[in-house]
Structures are given as structure tokens and as C-alpha cells.
Design a protein around this ligand. Structure first.
Ligand SMILES: [Zn+2]
Ligand SMILES: [Zn+2]
Length: 348
């Protein structure tokens, strides 16, 4: 089968190779025939060979945002049978540490990731434990199912803390997950959703997904626009996907006293922020990572299956594995929304 592998410890350093179809190793393993698999920021970090990627043993097949159909199950698999469509959770927590036992498995410090720590889903087939397979109902298409892992981040960010229902929400940074968060926040009852970014393509997608106001942060002051809409009180909740100091500073200014800042975007290096403003405003700041296992999946599934959220418009490219180099360069350029590989040909 074809597979996209990171083979060299350098920028790029990936190749599309012919490798054997993987075999089940444990009795609890499942062989999944991949229908669609999305490129995400983590894959770009691996492509650029950022610090995070250096833990990898090469070669490794990339890809952790995956939908597919169960092809074969191990003898101890309990809830899956061949033919069922699944979407894959990308966090494989240890299950036994203090964090996991407190119910915080999504931030387990011993988490292993497909496509990083073991072979992932940019291939015709992938082997994963049953524990990370989420069965997907018929109403959710294979393309949408491949986006459930990132969509889960957006749903998680919308549900934590005071949630979004009846609140004014600022989404800072409209890459694919920020855009998914626009749709999730609207579907979960946010009052006004204000979206900011610097790419016109992303801002028009945000408007299409239901953002009430879109701010181009290149030439518009986020704080001034928020004030003109809501007065001095600002937004109740801001969710940051940018991980950039300048954007965070503008965002913090725009939050009401006693409001919430939820951090999703991972800064690429240390950034300095004025904590004084946080302190005097009495802001609640939450660091968020992953999705709750598996409460968030349940909520995400119902939003998609009922049609209250439709992520189809986010798919800007559907490509074969052989288009790897173009796909990665396009994702880095920001001139795309969600790029999905279809390793076994068109899945819809
Ligand atoms: Zn991802
Ligand atoms: Zn753990």
C-alpha cells in the first residue's frame, strides 16, 4: 500500500512509499481501511521538523485525523465489526496514571499519538487499538468523520468553563479549527460570534459558517471593533487559536472583567504577556488540549448527525497520497482550508 512517511530529520524529509499493509499486533487491535485523513498543524510541525517532532523514530507514517471502515478486528475487540465506519481519537492515554484516573485522560502526560509515536493514517490502512475508534453513524459522511478529531477540539473549547450559550464569543485565529469553533459556538447557542484573522479566505469562510462579525486584524483594531459592537463591556469568552503575542494582547483587552480566555493555539516559542491586565480584570484563563474522552465525541457526533453543524464547506482540497509535497506546501501557505487525503480513492 502507499503511505506518506517522514523519513529524514529535516524540513520536508517526507516520501510516499510502497509499504506492506500493517498487521494486527495485539488482540485488541483493529485494521481500518482509511477513507479520508486530514492535514493538521501538528503534521506541519513534523514537516518543518519543529522541536515537537524530534521525539519521532523515523521512518513513521504520518496522519492522525482519520476516518475509515473497519476491515479486520483482533480476537479481543468487543464493540466493532468489519464494515463499521469509525473516526479515530488521536490521543492514546496511558489509562493508569494519576491524571488519567482523575478523569483527565485527554491531557495524560504519557499520551502517544498515531502519526507521531507510531504509524498513522496517511496510508491505505492503519492499525489502532479499539479504544481510540469512535463508531460514526450513517448521517455523518466519511469526509466529515475525518474532521471529527479537530472538530472535537472546537466543541471542547466551546463547552469548558462557562460554555458559550447566551454569551458573546470572540474566536481569534480562523484556521480550520477556529472556523470549526465558529460553527460549534453558533450551534451551541452563543449570542454573537466575532471572528478575527488576517487571511481574507478564512474570514469569508467564517462568515459562511455563521460568524456575526468578521474582523480583519491586519488593518482593523480588534478591541475598537468589539467596543463599537458591545460597548466597553467586551466579550464574555475569547478563544485563542493564534498563539501569537500581539493577537493575545488585543484579545485580552477585548474580554469583559470576570470573563474567560481559553487558550487553544500553541505558541511556537515563549511569548511575553502583561499579567497585570489579567489580574485586575479577574480573568479566568484555561489551557485546553485535546477533547474529553469521550464525552466531547458524543456531543460532536450529535451536532454533525443532526445537521446543526455541517463542516463540508471547510474541505478545500481532496487529494491522493501522491500529491503530498503540494498538499503540505499549500497547507503552510495558508491558501487552503482543510486538506484531506483520500488514500483509497474518492470516498463519496
Ligand atoms: Zn490534529
Ligand atoms: Zn495517563
Amino acid at each position: 500500500m502507499l503511505a506518506i512517511r517522514k523519513v529524514k530529520a529535516e524540513r520536508g524529509g517526507i516520501s510516499v512509499d510502497d509499504v506492506p499493509v500493517p498487521e494486527l499486533v495485539h488482540d485488541t487491535d483493529v485494521l481500518v481501511k482509511v477513507e479520508a485523513a486530514g492535514i493538521c498543524g501538528t503534521d506541519l510541525l513534523i514537516y518543518k521538523w519543529g522541536d515537537f517532532a524530534r521525539r519521532m523514530n523515523l521512518p513513521t507514517i504520518l496522519g492522525h485525523e482519520v476516518s475509515g471502515v473497519v476491515e479486520q478486528v483482533g480476537s479481543d475487540v468487543k464493540g466493532l465489526r468489519p464494515g463499521m465506519r469509525v473516526s479515530l481519537e488521536s490521543h492514546l492515554p496511558c489509562g493508569v496514571c494519576y491524571t488519567c484516573r482523575r478523569g483527565w485522560a485527554h491531557v495524560c502526560p504519557h499520551t502517544r499519538y498515531p502519526g507521531v509515536d507510531f504509524d498513522g493514517g496517511f496510508a491505505s490502512f492503519v492499525v489502532v487499538p479499539e479504544s481510540v475508534c469512535w463508531p460514526v453513524p450513517q448521517e455523518v459522511s466519511p469526509l466529515q468523520a475525518a474532521m471529527m478529531e479537530p472538530f472535537g477540539l472546537a466543541v471542547h473549547a466551546s463547552l469548558e468553563g462557562s460554555g458559550v450559550s447566551g454569551l458573546n464569543v470572540l474566536i481569534s485565529g480562523c484556521g480550520p479549527i477556529g472556523l470549526m469553533n465558529v460553527a460549534a459556538a453558533k450551534a451551541l447557542g452563543a449570542s454573537k460570534v466575532i471572528a478575527t484573522d488576517v487571511h481574507p479566505l478564512r474570514l469569508s469562510a467564517a462568515a459562511q459558517l455563521g460568524a456575526d462579525v468578521c474582523i480583519d486584524a491586519t488593518d482593523e483594531s480588534v478591541h475598537d471593533t468589539v467596543c463599537s459592537l458591545l460597548g466597553e463591556r467586551g466579550v464574555d469568552v475569547a478563544i485563542d487559536y493564534s498563539g501569537q503575542a500581539a493577537a493575545l494582547t488585543a484579545t485580552i483587552k477585548s474580554i469583559t472583567h470576570g470573563g474567560e480566555l481559553r487558550l487553544m493555539g500553541v505558541p511556537s516559542h515563549g511569548i511575553s504577556l502583561n499579567l497585570e491586565e489579567w489580574l485586575f480584570k479577574g480573568l479566568v484563563v484555561r489551557g485546553l488540549h485535546g477533547r474529553r474522552l469521550f464525552e466531547t465525541w458524543e456531543r460532536s457526533t450529535s451536532l454533525l448527525a443532526t445537521g446543526r453543524v455541517d463542516l463540508s464547506s471547510l474541505v478545500s482540497h481532496r487529494l491522493p497520497l501522491t500529491a503530498t509535497e503540494d498538499a503540505f506546501e499549500m497547507a503552510i501557505s495558508g491558501q487552503s482550508l482543510k486538506i484531506l487525503f483520500e488514500p483509497n480513492g474518492s470516498c463519496v
